[in-house]
Design a protein around this ligand. Structure first.
Ligand SMILES: Cc1cc2nc3c(=O)[nH]c(=O)nc-3n(C[C@H](O)[C@H](O)[C@H](O)COP(=O)(O)OP(=O)(O)OC[C@H]3O[C@@H](n4cnc5c(N)ncnc54)[C@H](O)[C@@H]3O)c2cc1C
Length: 365
């Protein structure tokens, strides 16, 4: 049964806070189970961290999440169900690394930095994968030795388990690329949990066969838009939820602008840190409150340079480049499926994103 308005208050079995992909998929599954659902979204659009940016001729680049890999089976299945196709990320040709002031070309995921660094990275990756296999992804805190693994940063682990400067720098680059944070800011347990969830360290880094393998035709936000369009209940935009109160069998959710929903259950589908900005009555249990205080977002800025055509392809280059210096430490060919225009995507991650995110757009350019 669709959600209904009752004297300005919507009534539904379940209210979902946040119309990112998580909230929209929750709403879709609940409706599939016969429940009425109302979704409240703070922004004037759905998709959250999926956002298309038009670049003319009906084409887009994605300034939020964009890639999907073979282990993201539910995402691939969802896209197929709502009729969004994928296409392979362009990765033909050689990659480039800027290292020690020199440019070097290489093929594959790991740059040619000399035998010692490569062996070092390989042994560290094997250790990470071996440790990660011990972590149950659905409850990482139940892993053997979880408290010990959570008590050290990934950087502390790297200092003990990587023996060359090159090895450490490469793993640092990989961590910044995957987590949008520095190794100093991540616990070892979190890195292992995420590695296990993603199907292995290589899988997180690779383009072909890995997490960067495919992109969505029309941009990833289209998946969220289609899921939203197929819901029968209301998706109220421009409704930042401020208060969630529970009494007896019902929960009342109130947003700025007057939107309000009364429901039997509420799902808050926001990044943990943002969950903590809602006033809960009664207050959240202490442990949950502490969790939201301790799970900050990463920091990432995507920069797109548009050219008439992807000129690097003719030079035998993939568009993938890595730099130890930065500020852009990673680039990809992010052109539309037909290769026009040529789009080079550069990432500012972690410290670089915080530093350059704080200056104006002109200075950043
Ligand atoms: C730059 C970038 C690149 C990424 N690249 C990839 C990638 O290539 N592949 C990949 O798999 N993942 C990638 N990710 C991660 C991926 O985008 C996210 O994991 C995913 O989109 C999160 O979805 P979500 O629904 O959990 O949260 P969100 O998308 O954050 O959705 C939460 C929603 O809640 C809304 N909201 C917040 N507060 C309130 C409130 N008080 N009341 C109502 N609504 C509220 C927000 O506006 C938002 O719409 C990337 C993320 C970023 C930022």
């Amino acid at each position: 049964m669709p959600a209904e308005a009752n004297g300005g208050v919507l009534e539904a079995d379940v209210v979902v806070v946040g119309a990112g992909l998580a909230g929209l998929v929750a709403a879709r599954q609940l409706e599939g189970a016969g429940m009425s659902v109302a979704v409240l979204e703070a922004r004037d659009r759905v998709g959250g961290r999926l956002l298309n940016e038009p670049i003319g001729d009906g084409k887009v680049v994605e300034v939020g999440g964009q890639w999907v890999g073979p282990t993201q089976k539910r995402m691939l299945a969802l896209a197929k169900t709502v009729g969004v196709e994928t296409f392979p990320t362009f990765s033909d040709g050689e990659n480039v690394i800027e290292w020690g002031g020199e440019l070097r070309r290489y093929r594959g995921t790991i740059p040619a930095l000399g035998r010692a660094a490569l062996l070092d990275v390989a042994q560290a990756q094997r250790k990470i994968d071996r440790l990660a296999r011990r972590i149950p992804p659905e409850a990482p805190w139940q892993a053997r030795g979880a408290a010990r693994l959570d008590a050290v940063t990934f950087w502390s682990w790297m200092r003990r388990n990587l023996y060359t400067r090159g090895g450490r720098e490469l793993i640092r680059l990989a961590v910044e690329a995957v987590w949008a944070a520095e190794p100093e800011d991540l616990s070892l347990l979190h890195v292992l949990f995420y590695t296990r969830s993603g199907g292995g360290f290589d899988m997180l880094l690779d383009t072909e066969g890995g997490a960067q393998q495919d992109r969505f035709v029309g941009g990833s936000q289209v998946v969220a838009e289609r899921v939203a369009a197929e819901l029968s209940g209301p998706v109220v935009l421009g409704a930042p939820v401020r208060r969630l109160s529970q009494s007896g069998e019902s929960v009342r959710v109130e947003a700025d602008g007057g939107a309000s929903v009364s429901a039997r259950r509420a799902i808050v589908a926001l990044a943990p840190a943002l969950c903590g900005r809602i006033a809960y009555d009664p207050p959240l249990p202490g442990l949950r409150e502490q969790l939201t205080q301790r799970m900050p977002n990463g920091a990432v800025v995507k920069c797109m340079a548009l050219y008439d055509e992807p000129f690097w392809r003719a030079a035998g280059l993939s568009g993938q480049a890595t730099s130890e210096r930065g500020p852009v430490k990673l680039t990809f060919d992010n052109s539309p499926p037909d290769g026009r225009p040529g789009v080079l995507l550069g990432f500012l991650e972690g410290r670089q994103a915080r530093r350059l995110g704080a200056v104006g757009a002109d200075e950043r350019r």
